[in-house]
Ligand binder design. Structure first.
Ligand code: DGL
Length: 287
């Protein structure tokens, strides 16, 4: 079987990056995808910056050593706000990061009241503040960071249903501010968008970054001389640093049946980061 081209590496702390993988699949149906999820470090929204950088760099480098790729997507807002300079200085590949879609959200909002739903780390990072200053200076921007909502998304996918009551309670402070547009600033949240919409029925626009990232990926691959739509037979490899999340297979069955190849490979791997160097000397073994 001819391997799919291009081969794209996606990184997230868990299964949130699937929302980005789905968007990429729609534009690159032949791509070979390697998905690296550092769920031993989950949730990243509660980790200090240096740890996020060290873990992400180590896993991405170790995965690339085993599965050479054409491009890397950091499919995690929390990691993207801090890791991109380190990754770009170490890799000779294009590295695409995910940032909260403040600009398109500001363009859509009629009431000029925006909500940003992300992890506790992302809502506090200067990166978000500068996006708001640049693109939404005339808007009231309400920010809510919640790791519990990220956990509910993982659990919801595993169980096939989301705890609506908890979602409503978590979103209450945001709902009280009455935004007409909410930015999904964590890649886990598009996976439970229906539950979010049930909890905040007054929101007109839910804005995520999936398609913008997919378009950027295609553009970079074309610039590198490739055929935009890709060629060959799609296949997918999923690597997780802890027990692979129960929601993964369910999502692969329902989101775009067959899009991840005939038999996606799902493995648990061990990640070693060197003790005295924040990065480097990483090793990855399949268990
Ligand atoms: N999916 C991630 C994000 O986009 C991270 C969630 C977490 O691990 O806290 O931020």
């Amino acid at each position: 079987m001819e391997q799919g081209w291009p081969r794209v590496l996606l990184f997230d702390s868990g299964i949130g990056g699937l929302s980005i993988a789905d968007a990429i699949r729609l534009r690159l149906p032949h791509a070979d995808m390697v998905y690296a999820g550092d769920n031993a470090g989950f949730p990243y929204g509660d980790l200090p910056e240096h740890e996020v950088v060290a873990r992400c760099v180590a896993l991405v480098e170790a995965a690339l050593a085993r599965w050479p790729c054409d491009l890397v997507v950091v499919a995690c807002n929390t990691a993207s706000t801090v890791v991109l300079p380190a990754l770009r200085s170490r890799l000779r590949l294009p590295v695409v990061g995910v940032v909260p879609a403040i600009k398109p959200a500001a363009a859509l909002s009629c009431s000029r009241r925006l909500g940003v739903l992300a992890t506790p780390a992302t809502v506090d990072r200067p990166y978000l503040a500068s996006l708001i200053d640049e693109y939404a200076a005339d808007c009231t921007v309400l920010r809510l960071g919640s790791s519990e909502l990220v956990r509910l998304a993982e659990a919801g996918l595993a169980q096939g249903q989301v705890d609506d009551e908890r979602v409503r309670a978590i979103l209450q402070p945001l709902a009280a501010g009455d935004p007409d547009t909410v930015v999904l600033g964590c890649t886990h949240f598009p996976l439970i968008q229906k539950a979010l919409a049930r909890a905040m029925p007054g929101v007109v626009h839910w804005v995520d970054s999936g398609d913008a990232i997919a378009r950027r990926v295609v553009q970079l691959l074309e610039e590198a001389g490739g055929n935009g739509a890709g060629t060959g037979q799609a296949s997918s490899t999923f690597l997780f640093t802890a027990e692979p999340p129960a929601g993964l297979r369910k999502w692969l069955e329902v989101s775009q049946p067959g899009a991840y190849g005939d038999s996606p490979q799902i493995s648990r791997v061990s990640l070693n980061t060197a003790r005295n160097s924040s990065m480097g000397n990483a090793g990855l073994w399949q268990q």
